[in-house]
Write a new protein. Structure first.
Length: 452
């Protein structure tokens, strides 16, 4: 699964109005978790709407390597689980390609087993620090052999019986929280995670749906204490994966900044822990109508009608970051075409994503003529309404994506409203999370092209 193929440069050009209706691919976070818990539960799990991107297929391959049966049947994915506590030692190294969520969560799931599990990934994933997940696993008794800086490739060997812990998250991270809770499934006693700032709650929701004994307390300041009873039974379920709001962010922003656009985006998850971008865009003056609100598979879902809008700069509060951490790159694109300054604070977590996204965004904006400045945990963008003078004005104005799918998609969206369009060095990694992105956008009328 590691990315080793040739780069595929891509470009976008200033486009006329986007129009039409599109349906979002399945949410990546929910897809990862459905495969993991389905592979661990007893009996059969049937999953509809699974995102079939490279990241998710890496998780599927890892679960197969530890004994789960996973196959596609028509429009569904059918998973036959091994039963909680019964994962098998994988014979080969688990290669997660570009999947940071997949590798961190599976490290939690499998790391506490009395077996050796080896993990690796592509060039981008090898650079990403894993210490935040390894720290609580070490406290639970897991032996770790890792590359310098607690990076991949690494090996985990769990104890005969892991130690239950009470772990307070040092930073708001749904991945770390989830890794500890998944480790708690095969740990005797009660494992507890304390998160001072609430993060996306897909893991808790799905653990409860599969039958895990989990209790959640929230105090007056919003801090959450999540306790899970280990070594209980999990039972296979029927899971409907809602549309990914992080993927929806790209056609949403494209419609907002491309003059005359009117686009409907169907099947978007509206979990309050994932809607920070929509709240921010509405504050900026975006015209977004939420329609057909419903509940599917335990998650709130709706359709969104988005029309081109005159946006204004805002200050995005730092406490909103956990609900939109993956959407800051495309928010910076929206800010590039807004009147005034947009200030994004408390976003240091962007520096440990698929790339240093904060630096990558600032560099890409500057390449395209956007006035911006950045610090350790903040980004300020001063917009150019109408996009005049923005974009790839020279042959050398190519955005370096650093093997980061969200950087790639963000700057392709940028080019739709910039006078001189945009160019990126590589679009190949977009398939990790949104394999149909370019086809979906061109179907709406976007001028995008990927080199063969």
């Amino acid at each position: 699964m590691s990315q080793s193929g040739p780069a595929k440069p891509a470009s976008a050009r200033a486009s006329s109005a986007l129009s039409g209706a599109v349906r979002m691919p399945g949410d990546k976070s929910v897809s990862h978790r459905a495969l993991m818990l389905g592979g661990l539960a007893s009996g059969e799990t049937r999953i509809s709407g699974l995102l079939e991107g490279d990241d998710i297929m890496a998780t599927a391959a890892a679960m197969r390597a530890m004994g789960a049966g996973i196959r596609k049947s028509g429009e569904e994915w059918v998973v036959h689980g091994v039963g909680n506590g019964c994962l098998l030692e994988p014979e080969d190294t688990l290669d997660f390609g570009n999947a940071g969520t997949g590798v961190r969560l599976v490290m939690g799931l499998a790391g506490v087993y009395d077996m050796c599990a080896r993990f690796t990934g592509d060039a981008s994933l090898l650079r990403r620090p894993m210490g935040r997940v390894l720290e609580p696993l070490r406290l639970m008794g897991v032996q770790v052999e890792a590359a310098e800086g607690d990076r991949l490739p690494l090996s985990l060997h769990g104890p005969r019986a892991a130690n239950p812990v009470t772990y307070t998250l040092p930073v708001a991270s749904a991945q770390v929280k989830s890794a500890v809770l998944l480790a708690g499934l095969n740990t005797p006693g009660v494992t507890t995670v304390v998160e001072p700032v609430a993060t996306r709650d897909h893991t808790e929701n799905m653990l409860r749906a599969f039958g895990a004994q989990i209790e959640i307390e929230t105090n007056s300041s919003g801090a959450r204490r999540i306790a899970i009873e280990g070594q209980g039974d999990l039972t296979g379920q029927t899971v409907t994966v809602p549309g990914d709001p992080s993927s929806a962010a790209f056609p949403i922003v494209a419609a907002l900044i491309t003059h005359g656009s009117d686009v409907t985006i169907e099947n978007v998850m509206m979990n309050p822990a994932r809607t920070g971008l929509i709240a921010t865009l509405l504050e900026m003056g975006a015209v977004i109508d939420v329609t057909n609100e419903r509940n599917e598979g335990g998650e709130d879902v709706a359709d969104l009608r988005v029309r081109s809008s005159d946006l204004k700069g805002v200050v995005v509060p730092s406490d909103r970051a956990p609900s939109m951490i993956d959407e800051y790159p495309v928010l910076a694109v929206a800010a590039s075409f807004a009147e005034g300054e947009t200030v994004m604070e408390g976003i240091e977590e962007l520096r440990v994503k698929e790339s240093d996204r904060l630096a990558a965004m600032a560099d890409g904006l500057e390449v395209n003529g956007v006035d911006c400045s950045a610090g350790h945990d903040w980004l300020k963008v001063r917009g150019h309404p109408g996009g005049k003078g923005l974009g790839a004005m020279t042959e050398e104005a190519v955005v370096e994506t650093h093997l980061d799918h969200r950087i790639a998609m963000s700057f392709l969206v940028f080019g739709l409203a910039a006078e001189h369009g945009s160019r990126i060095d590589d679009a190949s990694m977009i398939a990790t999370s949104f394999p149909g992105f370019v086809d979906l956008m061109t179907g709406l009328g976007a001028g995008m092209e990927v080199s063969p």
